[in-house]
Design a protein around this ligand. Structure first.
Ligand code: ACM
Ligand code: ZN
Length: 495
């Protein structure tokens, strides 16, 4: 099984789950998550409350007994049952004792660069649940699209949810989730013990917001929603009170829909150079005696953090902004600022590990192979023993600049996400043993209608990996990335 349970002993015999199988009252609540069966079957499935961590699952010839302290443990056991039922037509007699390694086991989907339907998100939720993930982070806003169906700010939908094309293809791309759709997704996920974490990335990556409301930028100029990718320098003005009013109102609307403890406020890749030329940003810096644009970014993020804190929420930010939030925030590490992130965790700050290489699933298998994903120990190197305790868990992101279909998304996700699932859940890691269990997990994915990259392509040989990497690199070159690539090459040749 993936993720591998803490303890699992298969014994002689089997249990046939079928139409005649009797469910206890508690077990009946979970029946709908199990695959349909045509067998006659018999015996019983009994769920009982017990003061244990995780869950215990015992399959004997006359039936199944599950023990857990509550709904979450019962759900995990149900997912183990589902997995086994998808693997074979009968359940082998087995004893399982199991619990998660990390409290936070996440996946991120970028819905801004390409829009994915609510139906597809539900399919992802079902698959995440089966592999015992418990967080789905939705990146809802970026330069190329705004996807939260705001009622307070209708232009975010009218203007921000569409773009004229993608990298010059002149094919309009757009979409957004209505608040009703999002509420439905949230409750669908909650039933499957997955929390949806919404992200509105600030102060940069806000091109779609600024196309909708140009007055929130420093220059106030009208612009289009971007169709090219990169670090484009679209940054909210930090000097105008209108920006804060907008953010407070927008986040208020967001928290009406998303009950999650954490709200993601981004904070990554902020090009703050526009602030240096903006009289209002400069005035704010003077007023608050701020020495740098980074301190002004801190002011913005902390004001938003305080606003959310007053409403009982905590924030997550990318580790670019680790110095711009309070110790109560959660820092999501992807790259850079490692020293600062380690210091944050060592002081008690909570961290999520999303290390770019190899956890970024939009990158080709030639760069981030299945093996590399499995072999990353999801603890940041250099943490003190106290710091290690502050790693809440892991999250693998799928950015979608170059992921324009559901099939492509699934093939980027799987099987690598199974490796993340196992490292997030299981206390013991053994790559060879994982690879032995992988074929039956892929079979399970297939039965769920989830496409995946075949193993030989997920772990490509050197030549194929180099070719795939080269193709990926060449595809990155376009009219927005070329100038910065030339600048970087020139800078390198001068060094
Ligand atoms: C990121 O990849 N910019 C968080
Ligand atoms: Zn400004």
């Amino acid at each position: 099984m993936i993720p591998n349970p803490d303890y699992m002993k298969i014994t002689q015999g089997e249990f046939v789950f079928g139409k005649a199988t009797v469910f206890s009252e508690e077990a009946l609540k979970y029946k709908k998550f199990l695959p349909e069966t045509e067998s006659a079957g018999g015996g019983s499935i009994v769920y009982e409350k017990a003061q244990i961590e995780g869950y215990k699952l015992s399959v004997k010839e006359d039936g199944v007994k599950v023990e857990a302290s509550g709904a979450e443990g019962f759900f995990w056991a149900t997912m183990s049952l589902k997995y086994m039922l998808l693997t074979g037509s009968v359940l082998p007699c087995v004893e399982i004792e199991d619990k998660p390694r990390f409290a936070y086991r996440g996946f991120m989907l970028d819905t801004a660069r390409h829009f994915f339907s609510a139906e597809f998100i539900k399919k992802i939720i079902d698959t995440l649940a089966l592999f015992k993930f418990n967080r789905l982070h939705l990146h809802l806003s970026d330069d190329q699209g705004f996807r939260f169906g705001s009622k307070k700010f209708e232009k975010l939908v009218e203007v921000g949810s569409k773009r004229e094309g993608t990298r010059g293809d002149s094919v309009e791309h757009g979409g957004y989730y209505t608040k009703a759709e999002l509420c439905d997704i949230v409750s669908y996920a909650a039933e499957r013990h997955i929390e949806i974490i919404p992200e509105v990335d600030i102060p940069a990556h806000t091109g779609a917001i600024l196309a909708s409301y140009p007055n929130l930028s420093c220059e106030g100029k009208t612009k289009k929603v971007d169709e090219f990718f990169g670090i484009l320098g679209h940054t909210l003005c930090a000097g105008k009170e209108a920006t804060y009013k907008f953010l407070f109102d927008l986040f208020d609307e967001i928290i009406e829909v998303f009950p999650s403890k954490y709200i993601h406020i981004g904070g990554d890749e902020s090009d703050l150079s526009v602030w240096s030329k903006c009289p209002e940003c400069q005035k704010t810096k003077k007023e608050y005696k701020l020495k740098s644009n980074t301190e002004l970014k801190e002011l913005m993020l902390r004001r938003v953090e305080c606003h959310l804190k007053d409403r009982g929420r905590k924030v997550i930010c990318w580790n670019d902004a680790v110095k711009c939030v309070s110790d109560d925030a959660v820092c999501q590490f992807w790259q850079g600022k490692l020293k600062e992130t380690l210091a944050f965790a060592d002081k008690g700050g909570k961290v999520i590990v999303s290390k770019f290489s190899p956890y970024y699933l939009d990158y080709p298998h030639g760069m981030h192979s299945l093996k590399a994903v499995y072999q990353l120990n999801p603890i940041l190197d250099g943490l003190s023993s106290d710091g290690v305790k502050n790693v809440l868990g892991v999250e693998a992101p799928l950015w979608t600049e170059f992921v324009d279909s559901e099939t492509k998304a699934l093939r980027q996700m799987f099987p690598r996400l199974l490796a993340v699932a196992e490292r997030a859940w299981s206390s013991n890691a053994d790559y060879d043993a994982f690879m032995m269990r992988l074929p039956s997990a892929l079979n399970v994915l297939g039965k769920c209608g989830v496409e995946y990259t075949p193993v030989e392509k997920a772990n490509p040989k050197r030549g194929a990996a180099a070719l795939e990497t080269l193709k990926f690199g060449l595809n990155l070159i376009d009219k927005t990335t070329l100038p910065s690539l030339i600048r970087a090459a020139k800078a390198k040749s001068k060094r």
